[in-house]
Design a protein around this ligand. Structure first.
Ligand SMILES: [Zn+2]
Ligand SMILES: [Zn+2]
Length: 113
């Protein structure tokens, strides 16, 4: 069984969660969270997600964000987090087009084969 170390936000209303890689111990998990933008104080006794750390809105809705666990919305660059602003790289085939010469804003899927 794999144990994931999770770091959660100290703010009561906030659902933010940072799930560290399974191999990381508690210290490394905190360090990883910190590098991802979390605020870690007193050796891990106090942790705040990136949004609460900068006085933003707490995460009220869980989503796909790997940094804070918040909800994301789709942009041209990939999925962007509502809360911490983290952008998930789009999946390899996302929005891929067949040899387009012009940069069309409206990418309409056309059956070219
Ligand atoms: Zn928070
Ligand atoms: Zn986020």
């Amino acid at each position: 069984m794999t144990l994931h170390r999770a770091v959660c936000c100290d703010v009561d209303a906030c659902l933010a969660l940072y799930v560290a890689a399974p191999r990381l111990g508690p210290d490394a998990a905190l360090y990883a969270a910190q590098r991802a933008g979390w605020e870690v104080r007193a050796g891990g006794l106090s942790t705040r997600c990136p949004c609460c750390a900068r006085g933003g809105l707490p995460v009220l809705e869980r989503g796909d964000c790997p940094v804070c666990g918040g909800s994301t919305f789709t942009t041209a660059d990939g999925d962007r987090c509502h809360h911490c602003g983290h952008v998930l790289p789009a999946p390899p085939n996302w929005g891929e087009d067949t040899n387009q010469d012009q940069d069309d804003e409206a990418a309409v899927p056309t059956g070219t084969d």
